[in-house]
Design a protein around this ligand. Sequence first.
Ligand code: NAI
Length: 310
Amino acid sequence: VFLQPVRHYSKKAAINHVLVIGGGLMGSGIAQITAAAGMKVTLVDQSQDVLKKAVSGIESSLGKVARKQFGEDKEKADKFVKTAVELIQTTTDAQQPAQFADLIIEAIVENLDTKKTLFTSLDKAASNHTIFTSNTSSLSITDIAAATKRQDRFGGLHFFSPVPMMKLVEVVRIEGTSDATFDALFDFAKKVGKVPVACKDTPGFIVNRLLVPYIMEAVRMLERGDASAEDIDTAMKLGAGYPMGPLELADFVGLDVCKMIIDGWHKNDKAQPLFFPSPMLNKLVGEGKLGRKSGSGFYDYKAQQAKQAK
Ligand code: NAI
């Protein structure tokens, strides 16, 4: 009887210090919103150069947020940026700060073995109470968590790009995730100003599981010659009310990213027709046509980009 309230109280995991590993596109966004919400952040990457770039990117992004929030009040805006930036520390060593972190969010390269190696070493270094999460888009959280002995304190926190703008976070449970861990992750997502949704550890979680097969179906439609790229995109924008057509979206996401995701899922579930690879997508990627970032994909952006550069 005496132990009950004490156990319940200790279950309320307070998250004050977050270790974000990977200072690229996603990691720097996650570090930014966590510090802006008043929590201490340690941001880790492999080189000081990347970390420097990450912090200056965060500072300028916070500046934009502050201008929106405080308008003409420059003093308040500057204070907001300064307070958040001061909460961020950077290092190339993940082990030492892991001892003090309440939550670890991994946002490194999308490679299962690299993530597992990292988590195995963090499992030894981190405190017992530390919750581990991955921001992976396409890998199984269960597979990543297998590298550790803390299944109950492991989950997925899947943010969307650009992190400071996109409101959604998918909070992913694996079989072993405890209720206390799940609740702490859900609360954390709210604290950083996001709307959390709960999902089991299925390929692509909710958003990408629906979005990637939809994009692939559009590619197959083009491949069969049922309709042109322009007409497929116009149809989905005007007929389904989507802001972007599926092929424009594929070019925006990156055709290499689409290919990597679908190939990974296909490897694990060969019978699922929604995960079949596409010869057209493979050919475009093979030719280095990766979408907007390479200047062409399903569409050609070179003229448009040259115009913008002028
Ligand atoms: P990125 O390539 O921009 O950043 C990854 C960073 O991790 C790089 O700066 C790299 O130097 C660093 N890194 C690699 N190995 C490391 C290690 N062992 N220790 C410390 N740092 C290491 O990649 P991005 O786009 O930020 O993606 C990161 C993760 O987030 C991936 O798992 C990806 O699937 C996921 N994700 C990506 C989204 C996107 O739109 N780009 C959306 C949602 C999730």
